[in-house]
Design a protein around this ligand. Sequence first.
Ligand SMILES: *Cc1c(COP(=O)(O)O)cnc(C)c1O
Length: 393
Amino acid sequence: MKSDPAKRIYDIQQFGEFGGVNPSITDSSTYTFLEGETMEETFLGHMEGCFLYSRHWNPSNKYLADALAAMEKTESAWITSSGMAAITCSLLQVCNSGDHIVTSVTTYGGTYAFLKNWLPKYNIEVSFVDITKLEQVKAAIRPNTKVIYTETVTNPLLQVSDIPELAKIAHDNGAKLMVDNTFTPMIFSPAELGADFVVYSMTKFINGKNDCVAGAICGSNEFIAQLSDVNDGTAMLLGPVLDPLRSSSILKNLHTLHLRMKQHSSNALYVSQKLEKLGLDVKYPGLESFSQHKLHSNLMNKQFGYGGLLAIDFKTEQNANKIMFKMQQAGVGYLAVSLGYFRTLFSCSGHSTSSEIPAEVQKEMGLSDGLVRLSVGLDNDIEEVFEKIKSCL
Ligand SMILES: *Cc1c(COP(=O)(O)O)cnc(C)c1O
């Protein structure tokens, strides 16, 4: 049966306190109890459905978490104040000092910096591999490997992770597979494909408005309970809680995510095909010429297309900067980092969102100095957008 994450969100039906069509916003940090005994039971984690303090759980965050768990088809989910908080809390929950992580050399710059520079301070070792080469992944596994960490579609080279195969490698070796699905919500359902945990920066497509920073972790009841444990839960103790006003606003945006993903995808496909015809070096998973086009096609929920991100290699930084300047002048969109916005955004990856990755490593992973990542917007007249881009070349 075809997976339909949009229908799963639609089906959960959440209502407000007074029959409001939107869930009520709980604007409280703390909650009253009738009896001291119930408070203690809640503290000990024995009271289902009781709220204690909003760093632990807030009803508004719970509504959003339930919707995301439905989307991902996981038992549970947890809301964080940023994508980095979702990633760091999840990894720190699973790994102890002395453990080992296998990850892709192409990840979001912040994630790369955390794995490369921060975790070793706590004696957690990380091996970086080409995640598309399963033999390399297998060879990197050690007895103390706890997690294989990857992005469904990696930033910024758009490499596709073979989630079912990576899950198999992880599980055969007593490890877990953690997947960052920020680039491809709806398009991929990593948990259904075998991932144990799915993390998101909701700052991007899920919210889609570039008006806030937020994140989410989707996983089993057991994992979310561990994360939120008052005694040793990483999310509870590091405390990256999202404000309920903001989470209620993200929940409303989540309900148009399926429509937005379809439009981002069809616009990006149109632009990619046209630019490729002009002879440019375009990377887009929807193009037949894309090396992992088949793998992407086999694993995706087809109704949502190939995503809103494409990359063009303009070879040199100077060339890339010149073209980006012109594109902003011509009204193609904005020269800005981030993605998943209703306007087109573009930036030169090696000198912005991947600048944490040392130049020699960038070269090794095939990240060219002039690689421009475009997050194609929701433009109604995409032909006009393409004409504008063309005029800048
Ligand atoms: C932006 C991004 C993050 C980090 O998310 P924040 O919300 O900025 O903390 C992590 N992973 C990917 C793939 C991203 O694009």
